[in-house]
Design a protein around this ligand. Structure first.
Ligand code: AHE
Ligand code: ZN
Length: 369
């Protein structure tokens, strides 16, 4: 079949919309029609050429939602008409990582996914006979996608597909980081470094966890209004201070925060986030994705004296068993996704979404097919 898709031919070149050929689902696979997709910094990061796993030509996009159109043989958990969110971290109950109960990082198809192909080693996208690669196992910048059954989460049919795309990465990553990775408890003091969509979701998650103080940190003060509306108790701009930001945070909190989160992907900021933590117990969770060749550093004494550095992918959320419940929380009104959606546009204008994210104007642009 044909599908309208935005192709990234090479790093740093605007996406080009084309009618791409797509091969239908094989055994154990599903065909999904994407209704909306939003743009996450990780797509921008890969297009920039800084992703060590970045391959081209490729169809980017990993934050989307849609409707199952067709299923291959042996698929039992979803049927045509079901509303789903594509998962860039699948959940295969037979994967030893999932069986361990200790992680959400299902490895069943990680190797082929990283090479931009389906589990059988083939790409289903081509343009004029030339192979185009899949991205993060999702490629939501194509209207139709094929993915393994273990890579879709079936969500409530009531969830509006005009907005549910943000439940594909940003919202569960931030809320999940607070709940599953840091395990923030009521009354805790939290610092959030970076007030993009993930940072905003960390704030929302911290509110849901009953955190006492939530300090938002960003060099763009335009983010502070939304951060406070979502529940940040105070916001700090490092540019307003002559001293390093971790010294400011340690002083503000009389010794450091209980939990910090890095939601930018800047290795220097990861250090600041760790060193903003309280001696003896403060824990820093790294969420941001850093470029090829970048490394983190701190004095080991920071860890010896009880601070903890950890990291999280998709907020530790197991996509098939836990994401549908998070969608239900949203539908119940426990939290809203509306504040994330600052812009809406059609698929033809997808390059505008990149510009808006680059400039810091957008939290999330939702792209409608
Ligand atoms: N490919 C990069 C790393 C990219 C990365 O860390 N991806 C996150 C999701 S970012 C969502 O916006 C992730 O889930 N990673 C888990 C995994 O298995 O990739 C690199 O550095 O090689
Ligand atoms: Zn993302």
């Amino acid at each position: 079949m044909k599908t309208r898709a935005a192709i990234a031919w090479e790093p740093n070149r605007p996406l080009e919309i084309e009618e791409v050929d797509l091969e239908g689902p094989k055994d154990g696979e599903v065909l999904v029609r994407i209704v909306t997709t939003s743009l996450c910094h990780t797509d921008v990061f890969t297009l920039s050429g800084r992703d060590p796993e970045g391959l081209f030509p490729v169809i980017l996009g990993h934050e989307g939602c849609g409707v199952v159109e067709e299923v291959g043989r042996g698929v039992t958990s979803v049927k045509p008409g079901d509303h789903v969110i594509p998962l860039y971290i699948p959940e295969d109950p037979n994967c030893p990582y999932i069986k361990s109960g200790k992680t959400n990082l299902c490895q069943s198809i990680r190797e082929t996914q990283g090479r931009g192909v389906m589990p059988d080693g083939t790409s289903r996208f081509s343009f004029k006979g030339k192979q185009i690669l899949h991205y993060m196992g999702t490629s939501t910048f194509s209207e139709y996608i094929v993915l393994p059954e273990i890579s879709v989460a079936k969500i409530a049919p009531e969830a509006p597909l005009t907005k549910a795309c943000v439940m594909g990465c940003a919202v569960p990553t931030g809320i999940g980081a607070v709940r599953n990775t840091a395990k923030v408890e009521a009354g805790a003091t939290v610092a959030v470094f970076g007030l993009g969509a993930i940072g905003m979701a960390v704030i929302q998650g911290s509110v849901l966890a009953g955190a006492g103080r939530i300090i938002g940190i960003d060099t763009n003060p335009n983010k502070f209004l939304l951060a406070k509306a979502l529940g940040a108790t105070e916001c700090v701009n490092p540019k307003d201070h002559a001293r390093p930001i971790h010294e400011v945070v340690v002083e503000m909190t009389n010794g450091g925060v209980d939990y910090s989160f890095e939601a930018v992907g800047n290795v220097k900021l990861m250090r600041s986030a760790l060193e903003s933590c309280h001696k003896g117990w403060g824990e820093c969770t790294v969420i941001g994705v850093a470029g090829a060749g970048e490394e983190i550093a701190t004095r080991p004494f920071q860890l010896v004296t009880g601070r903890v550095w950890r990291g999280t992918a998709f907020g530790g959320v197991r996509g098939r068993s836990q994401l549908p419940g998070m969608v239900d929380e949203w539908l119940r009104g426990d939290f809203s996704v509306d504040p994330y959606i600052t812009h809406n546009m059609t698929h033809d204008n997808i390059n505008t979404a990149f510009d808006l994210l680059h400039s810091g104007e957008a939290i999330r642009s939702v792209i409608h097919y």
